[in-house]
Ligand binder design. Structure first.
Ligand SMILES: NC(=O)C1=CN([C@@H]2O[C@H](COP(=O)(O)OP(=O)(O)OC[C@H]3O[C@@H](n4cnc5c(N)ncnc54)[C@H](OP(=O)(O)O)[C@@H]3O)[C@@H](O)[C@H]2O)[C@@H](O)CC1
Ligand SMILES: Nc1ncnc2c1ncn2[C@@H]1O[C@H](COP(=O)(O)OP(=O)(O)O)[C@@H](O)[C@H]1O
Ligand SMILES: [K+]
Length: 490
């Protein structure tokens, strides 16, 4: 499943037409499906359809026709100047005997529901004048709004604040990234019968969904033993950061690691989980770390000033590695990228800011671009740029194409200390279980977010998310994990 930009969706539309699929069929499916979705949630209200003159408006005209055909009370207000499919939709509506009122005549009517078909992916700039005022009036009316494809005005201000958005053919950036996602309300995705070949675009980011992540779950054979399902070495800890490596160890065990060893400075009060092997060290060097038996390493959590040394010492173990927090420095990343070892870096925007020389705000605003830049700067390293949502990027060595993915799980209650430490442990366990770096990173962020979603509540703590990981794994395995968007009719 891919995440689309407006332009990419236009290209998919064009591809469908080039494949011989009639665009009017897409519009008819879009309008009809949207009408059904509206009825599922707002049956009994008078329906007011507001249409622009483009194809988004065309979808609205189709929806109005079907709603009237099914016997519902519908009032239609539309801009003038429809062309192509939208003009055909208008013709079909008129054939059903419906009247079309000028948009300027719309006034909020009590107990109505508004179908927002003003603008979709074709918007080229912020709404001004009449349309800006119309959008403000709709928002202020307090009436429920169902948006066709996306709330009109996005990604600019002003825009509609919808209760429900019916995304057509695929999810777009506005449906996933904040603050725009908030304006969508609940999100339903409808395929509208678009030929799959038209949607297939490997250059777009993959959207991590329950279906594709389920396939990555490692299988635990009946004759498993603790040495065969993945041994993780956690390397971290520093004076006041004694909890970080313990949380990573907990994350690793709860994701299925067979054995976790925690290496930490001997003068530090690190208290690893009872089940972990303790390795207090007086010096970070490879020989010391080799005392642990490990299939994968997670290094840097709470490592403070010792982070660089610890990560360079861990490099000598030549194991798949996840680099977090205080290990995330230029020198370390260069060394790991050159080593060719499967390696993952998990910066939050603050750490990415240190690496890129940009502000954390800029990185949080343009996470796709920031993750891509990091992945191109350090070929071979899988970049996990944490946030809401987390973005992943990877430039396989010897190629120039960067693969991108965007996570769909997680929630703002996860913005608490230690949450990233748990993630490092989760990914470490998946690396130790034998997954490739790209698979371990994708499944790891997905499971971590899914666990956070299960126990979503104010005051959520990192160790609680770790404790919920087994439930998240089970949910994903059994097929009961739900995506945040609701699937359409297929
Ligand atoms: N994906 C698919 O395959 C399918 C997509 N479908 C649907 O098509 C939608 C996209 O339709 P679209 O391309 O016609 O654009 P749309 O959003 O209606 O807006 C264009 C209109 O807005 C106007 N306009 C632009 N900027 C403006 C501004 N700042 N301020 C004011 N006006 C502005 C512009 O006017 P112009 O400047 O060109 O005169 C033009 O009239 C998509 O979201 C989905 O709903 C389905 O039908 C089936 C298959
Ligand atoms: N608003 C949010 N939506 C989704 N996930 C979030 C949100 N805020 C934080 N998270 C997740 O919580 C984790 C926080 O990591 P990080 O900032 O490194 O925490 P720490 O350094 O305290 O361990 C990341 O995995 C991030 O994706
Ligand atoms: K719309």
């Amino acid at each position: 499943m891919r995440l689309f930009t407006a332009q990419a969706m236009r290209e998919a539309d064009r591809k469908a037409i080039d494949l011989g699929y009639p665009s009017l069929l897409l519009m008819d499916a879009a309008g009809r499906r949207t009408a059904k979705r509206l009825l599922e949630r707002f049956a009994g209200r008078k329906i007011v359809v507001l249409c622009g003159k483009g194809n988004n408006g065309g979808d609205g005209l189709v929806a109005a026709r079907w709603l009237a055909h099914w016997g519902h009370e519908v009032a239609v207000y539309a801009a003038e100047g429809q062309e192509g499919d939208a003009a055909m939709a208008q013709q079909a509506l008129r054939a059903h005997g419906l009247e079309i009122n000028p948009l300027s005549a719309w006034k909020p009517q009590p107990h109505s529901v508004v179908l927002d078909a003003l603008f979709g992916t074709g918007l080229r700039g912020p709404l001004e004048g009449f349309y800006a005022e119309l959008v403000e009036n709709i928002n202020q009316s307090g009436l429920p709004v169902v948006a066709v494809d996306m709330p009109s005005g996005l990604p600019y201000q002003p825009h509609i604040r919808a209760n429900l958005t019916v995304a057509l053919a695929g999810l777009k950036n506005e449906h996933l990234f904040y603050p725009h996602r908030t304006a969508c309300g609940r999100i339903l995705l409808d395929s509208i019968g678009m030929p799959p070949r038209a949607l297939d675009n490997p250059h777009l980011p993959e959207l991590l969904s329950s279906a594709n992540m389920r396939a990555l779950l490692p299988i635990r054979p009946g004759n498993a033993h603790k040495g065969s399902v993945g041994r993780v070495l956690v390397v971290g800890g520093y004076r006041s950061y004694t909890g970080a490596p313990s949380l990573a160890a907990l994350g690793a065990y709860r994701t299925g690691a067979g054995l976790v060893t925690v290496a930490y400075p001997a003068d530090c009060d690190v208290v690893p989980p009872l089940e972990a092997v303790r390795l207090p060290l007086f010096e970070w060097n490879t020989a010391n770390l080799q005392m642990a038996r490990a299939d994968a390493v997670a290094v840097g959590m709470g490592a403070g000033e010792g982070g660089v040394e610890a990560a360079l010492a861990a490099l000598g173990l030549a194991r798949p590695t996840v680099l977090d927090a205080d290990a995330l420095h230029e020198r370390v990343l260069r060394a790991y990228a050159q080593s060719g070892l499967p390696s993952i870096i998990t910066p939050h925007p603050g750490e990415a800011s240190r690496l890129l020389g940009l502000s954390a705000e800029q990185i949080a605003r343009f996470p796709l671009e920031a993750a891509q830049t990091l992945a191109q700067r350090y070929p071979g390293l899988v970049v996990v740029l944490k946030g809401g949502p987390t973005v992943l990027a990877w430039t396989p060595p010897g190629t120039s194409e960067t693969r991108m993915a965007v996570n769909s799980t997680g929630n703002p209650q996860m913005a608490t200390g230690g949450m990233g430490d748990v993630l490092a442990g989760v990914i470490g366990a998946l690396l130790a279980a034998g997954l490739s770096a790209w698979d371990a990173a994708r499944l790891g962020v997905y499971l971590h977010g899914l666990a956070g979603d299960q126990s979503q509540k104010p005051g959520l703590l990192a160790h609680e998310v770790a404790e919920t990981l087994p439930e998240a794994v089970e949910q994903l395995r059994s097929g009961s994990a739900r995506d945040f968007w609701e699937p359409g009719y297929d």
